[in-house]
Design a protein around this ligand. Structure first.
Ligand SMILES: Nc1ncnc2c1ncn2[C@@H]1O[C@H](COP(=O)(O)OP(=O)(O)OP(=O)(O)O)[C@@H](O)[C@H]1O
Length: 308
């Protein structure tokens, strides 16, 4: 649904986005993460047709939005980080005015505004937008992004100004959109938020995609890149455990070390199911077995530090 091919943007001869190849399928909720200056906003702006790539292409549902802005208005909803509204109009009036630029009729627009204002909990609010809090402004921005019932929604830092209640409602809305088959790209620094709603993640660093996939796949890839290993920790009262494990031939076992109450096995990947099977019956006395590996937060910090 979203596709970039060798997408590159240079500023003053320096690449902000460097040969980015990204494919986001229908129904995916894709979390786009990366340190400050990594190239997230530049990528999003190119996908949304707001800035021109230096080279490469990007399309939404096969449409180059920059070349066909009218079609873009039909298929794309975009919530920028700082969304601007007319301060002297109410939320309803803003959506009504801005909605006239979308290819939907008056009746449909009015119905959708009512539904969306309810959805973001701004129905019945008569204040002018100039008097809105930042969170209210962001919720109105989300309503505007969904006004044309887009196939693809791009959200830039959508929870930055929301209170916990607002965050919960936002998560519900994203889940409703996913269930309706929409494709969503979320740019965020809030890892917990991304993990809560995204089906896939992409990590960008210095304009290049360094990992992509499910949370587990991204963790695996970042572990591989960071040269740290995951360990299987086994606690046991059986003194023969070490010898038994040493006798197991498995290329994913990198190193075995004795600990005071068992062993630790450095592994290429999680081999616990096979290991448990091998040890079953031949090595009693195991009291605990778990995988010790860095979490996404730590791995993500490594990427930040690498860039710094
Ligand atoms: N208009 C511009 N002119 C010159 N350089 C720019 C411009 N916009 C972005 N850049 C540079 O391009 C790089 C990528 O910036 P971008 O805003 O895409 O990063 P980002 O990942 O969105 O960062 P953040 O998390 O801080 O929003 C940075 O080095 C930035 O300084």
């Amino acid at each position: 649904m979203i596709k970039t091919q060798n997408l590159t943007k240079e500023y003053n001869g320096k690449p902000a986005v460097n040969n980015l190849n990204l494919q986001i399928g229908k129904g995916e909720v894709f979390g786009f993460l990366g340190p400050n200056g990594a190239g997230k906003s530049t990528t999003i702006l190119m996908i949304a047709g707001m800035i021109e790539p230096t080279s490469g292409t990007c399309t939404i549902d096969g449409v180059n939005v920059a070349l066909d802005p009218l079609k873009g208005k039909e298929i794309l909803g975009y919530l920028p980080e700082d969304v601007g509204f007319y301060a002297n109009l109410t939320g309803y009036e803003n959506l009504d005015y801005l909605g006239k630029f979308y290819p939907i009729n008056d009746r449909e627009r009015e119905d959708r505004i009512e539904t969306l204002l309810k959805s973001v909990r701004l129905n019945g609010v008569t204040q002018k937008v100039g008097e809105y809090s930042r969170g209210m402004n962001q919720r109105l921005g989300l309503a505007l992004a969904l006004l044309n019932d887009p196939k693809v929604v791009i959200l830039d830092e959508p929870t930055a100004n929301l209170d916990p209640e607002g965050v919960l409602r936002y998560r519900e809305i994203v889940n409703e959109l996913r269930e309706a088959g929409k494709t969503i790209l979320i740019c965020s620094h809030i890892l917990s938020e991304v993990k809560a709603v995204c089906t896939t993640l992409g990590i960008i660093s210095q304009g290049k995609l360094v990992a992509k996939g499910s949370v587990k796949e991204v963790e695996d890839e970042l572990i591989r890149q960071s040269n740290t290993h995951q360990k299987i920790v086994i606690k046991s009262i059986n003194p023969e455990l070490y010898t038994k494990i040493e006798s197991i031939k498995n290329p994913d076992i990198l190193e075995i070390a004795r600990t005071k109450d068992g062993v630790e096995i450095s592994v290429e990947k999680d081999i616990r199911p096979g290991l448990a099977e091998e040890l079953k019956g031949t090595c009693s006395g195991i009291t605990e077995m778990y995988l010790d590996r860095p979490g996404l937060e730590d791995l993500f910090l490594n990427v930040y530090r690498r860039e710094g």
